[in-house]
Design a protein around this ligand. Structure first.
Ligand SMILES: [Zn+2]
Length: 458
């Protein structure tokens, strides 16, 4: 069997790995957007999508699924396998992406349209893609064909997220390869802990936090309680939280709901300003039995996970603009998490010169994004050609990060024998080298850091 690395090589985005079995059967594991290539006119796939028999998706995030409509547009006709919840969240995210593409196309001239990136897909491509999905449950072995099966194990990174074991028969021998997907962390709000994985012959492992440990020692609700108290009670100001609509926002809303029932949330309005957040909250509600024990206990007791008094979902843009300057202390949660595009931009810009406001950063921000610049806490910041004096308090915490840290990643690998062949992906190069060094010093000798398009005969 050949394994080719077609994305997330020495970088974080664009997960895509090709398995070519000796029988000629071809499986693509993940089919993510490479955010660096998204706006360019490059070849979409270095292979013929028509020749792929099946796609397996570890979880719904766009850097693992965002290229599916392009694959279908280019002729893929096989089946796409994932868990139930991954299907639902993927459907929301891809539809949202297509909607944004349509809007972007409407705003440019016909001449400019000719030069538009070929990565742009439309709602009809998403619709065609969704018809190819086949959903399954965790821990259930599903045969793609007689010789090849897949099994999902909870990864604890997002609702529906899994690591996937691909087991196959070749030359009378049974072998298996494990794709970590994104590995979550223990005791994350709502999500189950990553579950044990079986021993395999090969592992493809993510390394987002390959050389970092989480710093925050307080619990999510302690962190929120403190910042709400300081901003909304003591200073009577606004608390702005940039957060991804899928996953991160639900974790926040659940923790706020906990504060509410414990009577630790002051009587202030909480605005969840994202239509996508509302839709994904409904998916979380539907799959409550896949969430952790705490969430289930809370749900059984209070009959809801997210709906507390004073929580308001903001639907249209006009309402969203009004919320930015809401006259009483309040909390505004909006996307995107890196403050690049989305409604959060105007909330941040409208409040950046407000000394009573706090902007709480809860996720990773790539260099070059507005969120990254905010985190540097500069005196002035430029947005839309205007220069703003930063008067708001800028705070950050990693307590809501959905990625396990280096200890969690090592725990994942430790379940394997020392002679297992390991491939590191989905991380900054430095993080990969550091994690490779750690694994080697712990006795794992065969640890590889593949290059883009590198092929391994296994
Ligand atoms: Zn992810």
């Amino acid at each position: 069997m050949n394994l080719t690395f077609l994305g997330a090589t020495r970088q974080v985005t664009g997960s895509m790995f090709l398995l070519e079995f000796t029988t000629g059967y071809k499986v693509l594991v993940d089919c993510g957007i490479d955010f660096d290539k998204k706006n360019t006119k490059t070849t979409l796939f270095p292979f013929s999508p028509k020749e792929i028999d099946a796609v397996v998706l570890t979880h719904a995030h766009l850097d693992h699924t965002g290229n599916i409509p392009n694959l279908v547009k280019e002729g893929f006709e096989g089946r796409i396998y994932c868990t139930y919840a991954t299907y639902e969240l993927t459907s929301l995210l891809l539809s949202d992406c297509a909607k944004l593409n349509v809007r972007a196309l409407q705003n440019i001239s016909p001449k400019e349209r000719e030069n538009v990136s070929n990565h742009f897909y439309l709602p009809k491509h998403v619709q065609d893609s969704l018809e190819l999905f086949v959903t399954t449950d965790f821990h259930r072995e599903l045969h793609l064909i007689d010789e090849i099966s897949i099994t999902f194990k909870e990864a604890g990174h997002l609702l529906g997220a899994g690591s996937v074991v691909v087991s196959y028969q070749e030359n009378e021998e049974r072998k298996s390869i494990l794709f970590s997907g994104d590995i979550g962390r223990k005791n994350y709000p709502l999500l189950v802990n990553p579950t044990d994985v079986p021993k395999v012959d090969y592992v493809v492992c993510e390394t987002t936090y390959g050389n970092r440990k989480h710093r925050e020692s307080k619990s999510p609700s302690e962190v929120l309680h403190k910042v709400i108290q300081e901003t909304c009670v003591e200073r009577s100001g606004r608390l702005i939280i940039p957060a991804f609509s899928v996953g991160r926002t639900q974790a926040l809303l659940f923790e706020l709901n906990k504060l509410y029932v414990e009577k630790n949330l002051p009587p202030i309005k909480v605005f969840a300003d994202s239509p996508l957040a509302l839709k994904s909250t409904q998916v979380y509600r539907k799959y409550v039995r896949e969430l952790n024990e705490e969430a289930n206990y809370f749900y059984d007791k209070h009959h809801s996970l997210f709906d507390f008094d004073n929580l308001l979902y903001v639907n249209d843009m006009k309402e969203s603009e009004q919320v930015s300057n809401y006259h009483e202390p309040c909390i505004i949660i909006s996307s995107s998490g890196m403050v690049e595009g989305g409604r959060i931009e105007h909330h941040v810009v409208n409040n950046i010169e407000n000394q009573y406001a706090t902007i709480l950063m809860i996720g990773y921000c790539a260099e070059g994004t507005f969120g990254y610049d905010l985190l540097q806490k500069p005196e002035f910041l430029k947005s839309g050609g205007e220069n703003y004096r930063v008067m708001a308090s800028i705070q950050s915490t990693d307590v809501f990060s959905g990625h396990g840290d280096v200890d969690d990643l090592f725990e994942f690998i430790q379940q394997q024998d020392k002679d297992t062949k390991v491939f590191l992906v989905h991380g900054e190069e430095e993080s990969m080298y550091d994690f490779q060094y750690k694994l080697k010093s712990e006795g794992y000798d065969d640890v590889n850091i593949p290059f883009y398009k590198q092929k391994f005969k296994l």
